[in-house]
Design a protein around this ligand. Structure first.
Ligand code: ATR
Length: 287
């Protein structure tokens, strides 16, 4: 154990509505324990009406920062005093901390997505010409930003509600286009990468009912859903010879940067951490 730090141990939390199913306390608790740091990470269930004033009084409540989850990420962007370029690009904040008493916000979902692919499908972006993204909500927005950051040539967004796909494409400009959900089968043969950024396939949600007929062996397929860990989409992709990356990596990697802001050390996403969270998922959602 490290020596006790002077002053109170730093406290951080996740703020959501609801928040009881969040696995962030497990992740940060593991890092605090394995790094031998004083500090704690809790949960705060805050209604949308109460959220802006909660965030403005975060320091007075004894917190050095927080994660923000559904449905507060846009409100967090509007409430912080300084937002990073990434957060400004998406107008979404999921990680909050103080610098000299000033409330800062970042969007770490982008780096979480990219780091997860880097770790589990090394070289995924090398020469990647075309990525298909299913979904056009908040998760899709961070994922598209990550793909563009890593120089993927063209991103096609397919969404049940076509207008949302078009709005997303316009938001990012000419390297992003919208297509109809039904066009997936024609587009698959040209895809280096396929990402499910919808909630479909998650336990308790409808299935993601798409055929991967035509998918190139060697393409990378990843799913933002991580309960279950191996979604039917990933199972079919693996059977077709694709490289698959589950959604848990994105959750684990997005957490690291907040931890560094609050507790002063950049933690690692280790197999041990992953196993801990997998066991927790299996406990609450037995296969
Ligand atoms: P998140 O922030 O997690 O991305 P969101 O903004 O609510 O959440 O977006 C959810 C995504 O899943 C959307 O792309 C949504 O499609 P619509 O824009 O058409 O609503 C998609 N989705 C959710 N349920 C769906 C369903 N039953 N069929 C097809 N797409 C669905």
């Amino acid at each position: 154990m490290s020596e006790a730090a002077p002053g109170p141990a730093p406290r951080a939390c996740i703020v959501g509505w609801p928040v009881k199913h969040s696995r962030s306390p497990l992740i940060h608790g593991h890092w605090l324990e394995t790094l031998g740091l004083a500090g704690s990470y809790g949960r705060e269930e805050v209604s949308p009406e109460a959220f802006p004033s909660f965030l403005k009084t975060l320091q007075a409540r004894g917190y050095v920062g927080c994660n923000v989850t559904v449905p507060h990420k846009e409100a967090a962007y509007r409430t912080v005093e300084v937002a990073t370029d990434r957060a400004r690009a998406l107008e979404v904040v999921n990680t909050v901390w103080f610098e000299n008493g000033v409330l800062h916000g970042d969007n770490t979902d982008i780096v979480g997505f990219v780091s997860s692919l880097d770790a589990d499908a090394p070289g995924w972006a090398d020469g990647a010409g075309h990525a298909l993204v299913l979904g056009a909500g908040g998760a899709a927005r961070a994922i598209v930003a990550g793909l563009l950051d890593r120089q993927v040539g063209l991103v096609t967004v397919l969404n049940r509600t076509r207008d949302r796909a078009e709005t997303l494409a316009r938001f990012f400009g000419k390297r992003v286009q919208a297509a109809r959900w039904e066009d997936l089968s024609q587009l698959l043969h040209s895809a280096d990468l396929l990402v499910n950024a919808t909630s479909l396939g998650m336990t308790g949600q409808p299935a993601l009912d798409v055929s991967l007929e035509g998918l190139r062996p060697g393409a990378v397929v990843t799913d933002a859903v991580y309960v279950p860990l191996e979604t039917p989409l990933l199972r079919e992709a693996r059977a077709r010879g694709a490289r698959t990356v589950d959604g848990l990596g994105m959750l684990l990697h997005q957490a690291a940067s907040g931890f560094e802001h609050w507790f002063g050390r950049l933690p690692e996403v280790t197999p041990e951490l992953r196993a801990l969270v997998v066991a927790d998922i299996q406990k609450s959602h037995p296969a």
